[in-house]
Design a protein around this ligand. Structure first.
Ligand SMILES: [Zn+2]
Length: 485
């Protein structure tokens, strides 16, 4: 019996009672997958005799976490959060993004992966704003060992047009920057990415990544629909993140932006939408009915003052939920434990019956199976079950900050954090172990980033000045959009 036996651990199995002690047992890993879950001492002893075994005494084996909404490039913009709402904030993140060269993009992917792996995250959706560098991003993700769905962005309609903000011509040209690739170029790019990268190493996946429906012209909506069908691809998009966007949606589309997506046949189980805070009731009904996954990014939503997800209503409607850490310059750390806790507790004050509060088991489901579904991997990863990919996180809860009275799911979700992640496996291969990222040289990536950051800031200077000049035009947006809508 060739393979790897992970034994003597507490197992986070599907459907466990959040408060009951986690069951003890072992996993047999073969051919990148969980081949068997062993819970009887005799079976485990027999397996130990025939295969390589790792003793995880005192540790917890859980399914790897998934950040179903992130932007890798923003890791190169840590420390630039500026206490502005999304629309003016975006001027600055775009300015910084444009200042990044190829090496900075690669380093941002590697440092994002290092942070995620150290936080027990085995998979992510990278909603990637610079589609022209998608091949570079795929190559960097390939180095890390993580499971990644890259969603290169489609967009051609700037927010100032959507919001009716009249920028002076010269400023407008500077804000808009160099012309974007047109639909024909994007069509060719996606076909090339699909041919060269989709499914590579069994770990890399391509998704269509409309920036947001309203930021796409009718030609890009057509491209989205056609590529989804012809290349058989899922999609990931921002949706109704701010109140101003809700105003735009109502103004542009008779039945709101979600109604328009439904009419175009773009709502389905292979679509995930990040944020979804400002949906109208009819839009919520459509999303739930079509099995769309809403990716909740509670930290980013609070940092940018965007709002609070109507989670209680979404749960009543049976909405599929996943969790995201979003960009490093809006969501802070890629810490899915923190995201789980916030997602689980934010709705509680609005739900009268505590029996109906989201609990640790539900939050973990959002952060694992929910995320796997958003990546297009429902039934393939996201839980410890036979036949699922061996995407696993090993936690050590024995430190003074935990040392739980009961080793259960509550201990994992309420107290867990990157500092108790001991090891991470993706597709049966260790990618983080004993304090070391194994796929690439993390120290070198960090040192190179430190060496290039002064140059990034220098390059970004004129773009940041443009953002400073444009930001006042975006002041008081929510009010403006509301009166126009
Ligand atoms: Zn985002």
């Amino acid at each position: 019996m060739a393979g790897l036996l992970l034994h003597n651990a507490r197992l986070v199995l599907p459907g466990v009672d959040a408060q009951a002690s986690l069951p003890w047992g072992a996993l047999l890993i073969q051919d990148r997958h969980i081949a068997a879950i062993l819970q009887s001492p005799a079976e485990i002893e027999a397996a130990r005799g025939t295969t390589e075994a790792v003793d995880l005494e005192g540790q917890v084996l859980m399914p790897g976490l998934v950040s179903a909404h992130s932007h890798s490039y923003s890791t190169a913009a840590r420390g630039t959060e500026n206490s502005l709402p999304l629309e003016p904030w975006a001027l600055y993140t775009v300015a910084l993004g444009r200042a990044l060269g190829d090496e900075a993009f690669r380093l941002a992917v590697l440092l994002t992966a290092a942070e995620m792996l150290r936080g027990g995250i085995t998979g992510c959706i990278d909603h990637f704003a610079y589609a022209g560098r998608a091949e570079l991003a795929f190559a960097a993700h390939g180095e890390t060992g993580m499971r990644v769905a890259l969603a290169p962005m489609l967009h051609d309609t700037p927010d100032h047009d959507l919001l009716g903000i009249a920028l002076p011509d010269a400023l407008r040209r500077r804000v808009e920057g160099p012309p974007r690739p047109g639909p024909a170029e994007m069509d060719a790019l996606f076909r090339r990415l699909h041919r060269d990268w989709h499914g590579r190493d069994g770990r890399l996946l391509l998704l269509l990544g409309p920036n947001a429906p309203q930021r796409c012209s009718p030609a890009l909506w057509t491209l989205w629909r056609n590529l989804a069908r012809e290349l058989d691809l899922g999609a990931h998009t921002h949706l109704l993140e701010t109140r101003a966007q809700a105003g735009i949606g109502r103004r542009l589309f008779k039945d709101g932006v979600v109604g328009a997506m439904a009419a175009e046949g773009l709502l389905n189980e292979r679509l995930s939408v990040a944020h979804g805070i400002w949906t109208a009731p009819n839009e919520r009904a459509l999303l739930a009915e079509h099995g769309v996954t809403v990716v909740h990014n509670p930290i980013s939503n609070l940092v940018l003052g965007s709002g609070v997800l109507p989670m209680a209503d979404y749960r009543r409607r049976g909405m599929r939920i996943a969790l995201g850490s979003d960009g490093s310059n809006s969501g802070g750390r890629h810490d899915l434990f923190e995201v789980m806790r916030l997602a689980m507790t934010l709705p509680r004050p609005g739900i009268d019956d505590p029996a109906d509060w989201p609990n640790a088991a539900e939050a973990l489901g959002w952060a694992t199976e929910g995320g796997a579904r958003a990546m297009g991997l429902a039934g393939k990863t996201g839980r410890i079950a036979t036949g699922y990919a061996a995407d696993l996180t090993v936690l050590d809860l024995r430190g003074a900050a935990r040392a739980p009275l009961v080793e259960n799911l509550v201990s994992v979700v309420h107290y867990g954090g990157p500092d108790c992640v001991h090891a991470v496996m993706v597709g049966g291969a260790w990618v983080y172990r004993d304090g070391k990222v194994l796929g690439f040289d993390e120290d070198k990536a960090r040192d190179r980033f430190a060496a290039v950051r002064a140059e990034i800031l220098e390059t970004a200077k004129p773009e940041l000045e443009t953002a400073d000049e444009a930001a006042p035009y975006f002041a008081g947006l929510a009010g403006k959009a509301a009166t126009k809508g």
